[in-house]
Ligand binder design. Structure first.
Ligand code: ZN
Ligand code: ZN
Length: 474
């Protein structure tokens, strides 16, 4: 075992290095020694020549351990076992065990050479037009990428944030910068990859997610789920983190660590979100975080503003097999006029009860939740107009866009409905230019701070959009 495993030895230039398959395999990534599909002698000789270096997988800290692959420092996420390799009790990380075991005696292997990059000439082929708000944000993103800065793009639901990235990605590729877009959801990776490939037809694009076939490939433009970032090391000059607020709180430190490790030290960092956490909102307000807002939707109509409606002790009613009268009335009106709607409820158990209460009303009413195997079919049936009302948990708060719907939340006071969640839910309404309006109603048994802040945030965005001249004149 090499004694100085964490330091990168500066390599001497050597003619056969550039053609080495091992180094090509390692480029921009970090592997467990056992993961490398090469003979040990070859790995050893590369090490001795200084072409690759080793890092400790687990390091001892003042208070315990840290996993160098995923950043884990939590005591309960480490365990020990009698290790055959080092012949003693050996500590390993449980947080990233799904990617293979990192233990005290397992080195991580990295290339000693920076990853190569390619320069593209005007790679963007896209004829779409940006709205004024999008254009202003796109310019900010492009400057941030050129200057290797950290910026947040705060774009309201329906602003069209993907296109905002196009000019910046174009500039990055022109400068020979390698780009990564990371997102919490596999659906988004699958949706984004073909759009980007179409916009940048001459640039290899790869999509990385659990089970993806692109896993061993390299490309200057990478779209990945957050977990896949853990495989990379100093690989990207431009990191774009989509829906930064959507990560579960518990995953956040790992995301931060993965982002830090996957990017070059000087890389630009672009965050995209429709609903930044309160702490980020405060930082923006105080000028401590660089941010640009897109307060208007692509179609230029203002965001529908949620109205609050008290509905008494609705939980008790649901238990008795009924719903508050005003909630019933709201649903009846939608069914009678044929306007489709989402009804959000806080939890799965409630969802099932509410669906069974509503079925006699209209047998086509369905419910959908995270563990529902038929989730995709139901959403498809809803889009086709076969389901008049879809009862849902927060699973549909993002991503699903249906042109002409109304939305209600039953029990908007529940803790699960954070400010961000409520803004996202309200953001389902009025998405299409043909139907820019719609009703968004928060039925509650006591107003919460989250509800008030969500409403305030939406009103503030509309105000800013008006002031900046981003809305269609009535
Ligand atoms: Zn780990
Ligand atoms: Zn060991």
């Amino acid at each position: 075992m090499p004694s100085n495993r964490t330091s990168v030895i500066s390599p001497q230039k050597h003619p056969h290095v550039s053609s080495s398959e091992l180094l090509a395999f390692l480029a921009g990534k970090r592997f467990l020694l056992d993961e490398l599909p090469f003979p040990p002698e070859l790995i050893q000789s590369h090490y001795e020549h200084g072409y690759l270096s080793y890092q400790e997988g687990i390091v001892r800290t003042e208070h315990g351990y840290q996993c160098m692959r995923c950043g884990n420092r939590q005591v309960h996420l480490f365990a020990s076992f009698m290790c055959a390799r080092c012949g003693k009790m050996c500590t390993y990380c449980r947080q990233c065990i799904a990617m293979g075991r990192v233990s005290e005696c397992t080195p991580l292997v990295i290339s000693a050479f920076p990853i190569e990059s390619t320069v593209y000439e005007q790679p963007l082929v896209w004829n779409g037009a940006l709205s004024k708000g999008q254009r202003q944000a796109a310019e900010a993103v492009t400057r941030a990428i050129e200057n290797n800065e950290e910026w947040l793009v705060w774009a309201v639901c329906g602003a069209g944030k993907t296109e905002v990235l196009f000019p910046g990605i174009n500039r990055a590729l022109e400068l020979g910068k390698r780009v990564c877009i990371a997102t919490p959801r596999t659906d988004v990776v699958l949706e984004l990859a073909p759009r980007l490939q179409q916009a940048f037809p001459s640039v290899p694009v790869i999509a990385l997610y659990g089970g993806s076939e692109d896993r061993s490939k390299q490309a200057p433009l990478v779209i990945a789920t957050t977990h896949q970032l853990l495989r990379f090391y100093r690989a990207f000059d431009t990191m774009i983190i989509d829906e930064v607020d959507a990560f579960p709180y518990s995953v956040e430190p790992m995301l931060q660590y993965a982002t830090e490790q996957a990017r070059r030290e000087t890389a630009s960092l672009i965050y995209l979100t429709a609903t930044p956490h309160q702490s980020w909102q405060q930082e923006i307000k105080r000028g401590r975080r660089k941010a640009i807002t897109i307060p208007a939707r692509y179609h230029g109509y203002p965001l529908p503003i949620p109205s609050f409606e008290w509905c008494g002790n609705w939980r008790k009613k649901v238990k008795r097999g009924t719903l508050p009268a005003n909630v019933y009335a709201w649903i009846r009106k939608r069914i009678q006029t044929g306007k489709q709607a989402f009804l959000f409820v806080p939890h799965i158990e409630l969802l099932q009860r509410v669906v069974s209460i509503l079925k006699p009303f209209d047998h086509r009413i369905e419910g959908v939740h995270a563990e529902d195997d038929e989730r995709k079919e139901k959403v498809r049936a809803f889009r086709k107009g076969e389901i008049p009302l879809l009862v849902t948990t927060t699973i549909l708060e993002r991503g699903v866009t249906v042109p002409n719907i109304d939305v209600a939340v039953l029990g908007a006071e529940d803790d699960i409905f954070t400010e961000g969640a409520l803004v996202q839910i309200a953001g389902r309404v009025g998405r299409s230019a043909h139907y820019p309006n719609g009703d968004i109603r928060f039925f509650h048994y006591g107003k919460t701070r989250a509800m008030v802040q969500a409403r305030r945030q939406i009103i503030r965005m509309n105000k800013e959009a008006t002031e900046r001249g981003l809305l269609k004149s009535p």
